[in-house]
Design a protein around this ligand. Structure first.
Ligand code: SF4
Length: 176
């Protein structure tokens, strides 16, 4: 399920350049979910193409995962102004699109606090849940969910960087 080319279901439509649709293999069963598009993503119309995307790509490569073998998406498809967090209302407006991307997935990886809050309802410290696979309800079905740090959170933090590396190792193992 994709938003209309001129989707106006929430206020994020006002400032966007492009709707940022998922990228990769929708049939892989492995879905990375970030928070929201940033400036580069908004301009190019692809998720995770800026600095965070380079970190994500590098860590995936190191673990032997090809970006084209997984699906990469965000909780909302349009860039929040000034890169602020998307609001609960905006995430709710975009939720049906996200659910259609993750329903039936083998494993969904939540990248960062906002994605984990949206999908798990968790609002505590990431260190309490990182790399612990849990189950989330998507529509009528349960989906396995792996919470982890956003790539941007690993730039100056060795602990979160190592945890994200561990995430990639778990994902690689899940892919077989
Ligand atoms: S964020 Fe989602 S719901 Fe809001 S305008 Fe963009 S595509 Fe539509």
């Amino acid at each position: 399920m994709r938003p209309d080319a001129d989707c106006r279901l929430c206020g994020l439509c006002e400032g966007r350049t492009n709707i940022v649709l998922p990228d990769g293999d929708a049939s892989s069963g492995i879905v990375f979910v970030g928070e929201a598009p940033g400036e580069n993503e908004d301009l190019e119309g692809r998720p995770f193409v800026g600095r965070s995307g380079k970190i994500l790509d590098g860590m995936m490569q190191d673990a032997g995962i090809s970006r084209s073998d997984v699906l990469i998406t965000n909780t909302v498809k349009c860039r929040p102004p000034g890169n602020r967090d998307p609001t609960p209302d905006e995430m709710h407006a975009c939720r049906a699109f996200l659910e259609s991307e993750i329903v039936g997935a083998k494993l969904v990886i939540g990248l960062g606090k906002s994605a984990c809050r949206d999908l798990m309802g968790f609002d505590g410290k990431m260190s309490e849940i990182v790399n612990r696979i849990t189950t989330i309800r998507v529509g009528e079905v349960d989906v396995r969910f792996l919470p982890t740090y956003h790539p941007a959170a690993t730039i100056y933090n060795k602990v979160s960087r190592e945890e994200l590396r561990r995430t990639m190792a778990i994902v690689r193992e899940e892919m077989g």
